[in-house]
Design a protein around this ligand. Structure first.
Ligand SMILES: *Cc1c(COP(=O)(O)O)cnc(C)c1O
Length: 345
């Protein structure tokens, strides 16, 4: 099967497994795991931040960041299609007791005007606004990249109003490779940043949360609170480290493959997609005449998996286990499937 359902489905390569098997380990809850410590140093260097924590998931990284940045009853600003709103099981409300003020961005990217309009006045009966959270790249926006200028504008407004700013940079490296702008440059305007190793970087487990020393010190306590402090975690950190060392530059292949797939799909009359909007490894398209779920069920019979929704929306994601030939084969499968549907036997 050609699996385009997500970039989380990647298998650790034999070389990555070797690095995992050979990892030096210690009790990382005590700060004694050399591989975890090394990974945290590499992340600090990559992002230009003072300190970092290795964590089990990007969801936990986001939630620790919110916990540290806010008090219960605070409001935080983010796009309405953000991962923490849609796919973190209500965690901001459960774990931090905070409210979300959602704004309507353009495929996830919002502006300083949007932030200004969302900040609550400092009145005793209004919830205090304390944080802006942005997603780089924006998953539901089809892997859209936050332009650096827009990010800097939003950051400046946040700072002028005494707000923190967090970046869910689960796919930051995709943004960096696609734009040629370094991860450090994107990380500079934000206080804290989440990085995910189990997406395009191809590791089986793990994420990092980076920021100023004091922020990470408080985050370390929340890591314990949320049950994310681990022991010989170098076993999994080694996979993450391998991903950072070997799988960043190759993200360009995923982007080229995504563009190629989008261009092929655009040739289908029944598919509505704009290939010029495909900036990284994620694409959304609309299918006419059936639901996204029906489309994906039929496509599975042709050996290709994508992610379908009730409303005719379909998502396809490229990753390191997908080659150019796979993408061409997937486009061909879509073509044949649509012909079968049009001309019933
Ligand atoms: C996948 C994802 C996460 C969560 O990552 P996990 O490691 O699976 O918890 C957070 N934010 C975005 C934008 C994601 O795509």
């Amino acid at each position: 099967m050609i699996d385009l359902v997500s970039d989380t489905v990647t298998q650790p390569s034999p070389e990555m497994r070797k690095a995992i098997a050979a990892a030096e380990v210690g009790d990382s809850q005590r700060g004694e795991d050399p591989t975890v410590n090394r990974l945290q140093e590499v992340v600090c260097e990559l992002l230009g931040k003072e300190a970092a924590l290795f964590l089990p998931s990007a969801t936990m990284a986001n939630q620790i960041a919110y916990k540290v940045h806010t008090n219960p009853g605070d409001e935080i600003i983010m796009d309405r299609t953000s991962h923490p709103i849609l796919f973190e099981a209500g965690a901001p409300a459960q774990l931090s007791g905070i409210m979300i003020h959602h704004v309507n961005g353009d495929r996830g990217v919002f502006t300083e005007e949007d932030v200004l309009a969302a900040i609550r006045p400092d009145e005793p009966d209004e919830p205090p606004t304390s944080l802006v959270s942005i997603e780089q790249t924006h998953n539901q926006g089809g892997g859209k990249i936050w332009p650096l200028g827009t990010l800097m504008g939003v950051s400046q407004v946040a700072r002028e109003h005494g707000l923190g700013i967090h970046m869910d940079g689960s796919r930051l490296m995709n943004a960096s490779v696609a734009s040629g702008i370094s991860a450090r440059e994107y990380a500079y305007p934000v206080d804290s940043i989440t990085l995910c190793f189990s997406k395009g970087l191809g590791a089986p487990v793990g994420a990092a949360l980076a920021g100023p020393k004091d922020f990470v010190k408080q985050g370390r306590r929340r890591q314990q609170t949320f049950g994310g402090a681990m022991r010989q975690a170098g076993i999994i950190a080694a996979g993450a480290l391998y991903g950072l060392q070997h799988n960043i530059d190759r993200l360009a292949e995923d982007h080229a493959n995504a563009k190629l797939l989008a261009e092929r799909l655009a040739d289908e009359e029944a598919i509505d997609i704009n290939p010029s909007e495909v900036e990284t490894n994620i694409m959304y398209f609309r299918i006419k005449g059936m639901t996204g779920i029906e489309f994906c069920d039929r496509l599975m019979e042709h050996g290709v998996r994508m992610g379908g929704y009730q409303n005719g929306r379909v998502r396809a994601v490229t990753h390191l286990d997908i080659s150019r030939a796979d993408v061409l084969q997937a486009a061909d499968a879509v073509h044949r499937m649509l012909i079968d549907v049009r001309v019933p036997a």
